[in-house]
Design a protein around this ligand. Structure first.
Ligand code: TYD
Length: 137
């Protein structure tokens, strides 16, 4: 997999003086079916999250409040993406190493995932991840 397959996706936005509204539908606005939603919040200043890759999981990350950075790494190239709006997000395909940092205070990172939580879907060691990449065609 290549980090160029990871992309910012703009979401529908219904602008309204009473407050804006955004929605996300499986396989329409993001390229997978949503099976799980989780969110990171109360992240202390300077904290880093992520630090792993998924074997098969597709994910979509949105800064629901505040901002943070995602560093994508496919074993060859790295890219830093800043998320700071709730009407777009970052799609991350399987087999991409990711790290999250630079969380602003009060930020909330919502993650939509293509499957239920399964620890055996993770590469938690960067060495193990690189070794798996060399084995993949
Ligand atoms: P992890 O995926 O490493 O978090 P992050 O990538 O945001 O740093 O998960 C942290 C802990 O939470 C780990 O012990 C597994 C547990 N966890 C669940 O039990 N269910 C979940 O849906 C997720 C995402 C994590």
């Amino acid at each position: 997999m290549n980090i160029d397959l990871c992309a910012i996706i703009d979401l529908p936005k219904i602008s309204d003086p009473r407050g804006n509204l955004t929605f996300i539908e499986s396989n329409r606005h993001i390229p997978f079916e949503i099976r799980r939603v989780y969110y990171l919040y109360d992240v202390p200043g300077g904290a880093e999250r992520g630090g792993h890759a998924h074997k098969t999981l597709h994910q979509f990350l949105i800064a629901m409040s505040g901002s943070f950075d995602v560093v994508l790494d496919d074993g060859r190239n790295k890219k830093r993406v800043h998320l700071n709006r709730s009407y777009y997000g970052l799609y991350i395909c399987p087999m991409i190493w990711r790290e999250l940092d630079n969380f602003s205070s009060g930020s909330v990172c919502m993650v939509l995932s293509s499957n239920f939580y399964n620890e055996s879907d993770y590469y938690r060691s960067y060495e193990e991840y690189l070794a798996a990449l060399e084995m993949s065609p």
